[in-house]
Design a protein around this ligand. Structure first.
Ligand SMILES: Nc1ncnc2c1ncn2[C@@H]1O[C@H](COP(=O)(O)OP(=O)(O)OP(=O)(O)O)[C@@H](O)[C@H]1O
Length: 246
């Protein structure tokens, strides 16, 4: 791996039943970078995330995270290596409080049995309080997660991912279904997270992508169509034709 690269996909291809969903895709992410991935439906964004996390095996190409070849590892091994993924739909424990959801997520923690019967340690309390602040849910700590708004559930799930202390966060369409205010708050939240962690975020909402203010990669038919500042790629006639102009 070249110095200065955290994640690198090199000439990656995947074919499903004869259809090339990912076609000679190359992309690299620097340590500490946040990257936005956009592109039309079917461009291969989710499949790319599936390849990074080990859910889908590429037919060809190399996927490196630091010095590791991810194509040789399974999903749990990749997660332990420090890659966390947030799917589009929130999956929090609805019956538990916000606080207990976070407690359960903490890395290196007790079993669920101990969660019920042991008192939270001072270290755990400090970590949870820190997470509650980050995800803007300090006031909701003792509420059942099931009663949160859709946007708040998304933030809680991001907090649960942070509890695992990943170095790289993959976030799939985080603002779908959010209010405008929640969308802008989520951009701020990801920017804060990006101070200490690398982030790849797939999103269709261009206002949100603008607020992130990061390099953008446009995928189309399984490979990179354009890459650069948002203003630059959104003025690219090829991007307008296949994505923005529709
Ligand atoms: N398991 C699979 N079997 C067959 N085809 C698949 C499979 N997964 C994805 N595809 C196809 O691969 C292509 C890329 O899909 P993918 O979901 O990665 O696109 P996407 O960019 O995430 O789209 P969207 O914006 O709609 O989420 C699509 O044509 C899809 O139908």
């Amino acid at each position: 791996m070249s110095t200065g690269t955290l994640l690198e996909l090199s000439h990656v291809s995947v074919t499903f039943d004869g259809f090339r969903a990912i076609n000679d895709l190359s992309l690299s992410l620097a340590p500490g970078e946040m990257r936005a991935i956009v592109g039309p439906n079917g461009a291969g964004k989710t499949t790319m995330m599936d390849i990074i996390t080990g859910k889908t095996r590429p037919d060809a190409g190399v996927v490196r995270f630091r010095e590791h070849d991810l194509t040789k590892l399974d999903e749990p091994a990749i997660a332990r290596m420090g890659i966390g993924r947030k799917f589009q739909k929130p999956t929090v424990f609805e019956e538990l409080t916000v606080r207990d959801n976070l407690l359960l997520s903490l890395k290196g923690l007790r079993s669920p049995f101990a969660l019920l019967f042991a008192k939270e340690t001072a270290e755990e309390k400090a970590r949870i309080d820190g997470l509650l602040g980050t995800i803007r849910l300090g006031r909701e700590a003792t509420r059942q997660a099931g009663g949160l708004s859709h946007g708040q559930k998304q933030w809680l799930e991001i907090g649960m991912l942070l509890g695992q202390e990943p170095d790289l966060l993959l976030v799939d369409e985080p603002v779908a279904g959010m209010t405008d205010a929640e969308t802008m708050e989520t951009a701020d939240l990801l920017r804060e997270i990006n101070r200490t962690r690398s982030v790849v975020v797939v999103e269709h909402d261009m206002e949100f992508v603008r607020a992130l203010d990061v390099k953008v990669t446009v995928l189309h038919e399984g490979s990179v169509l354009a890459e650069g500042e948002l203003d630059q790629v959104s003025n690219d006639p090829r991007v307008i034709e296949v994505y923005l102009g529709r």
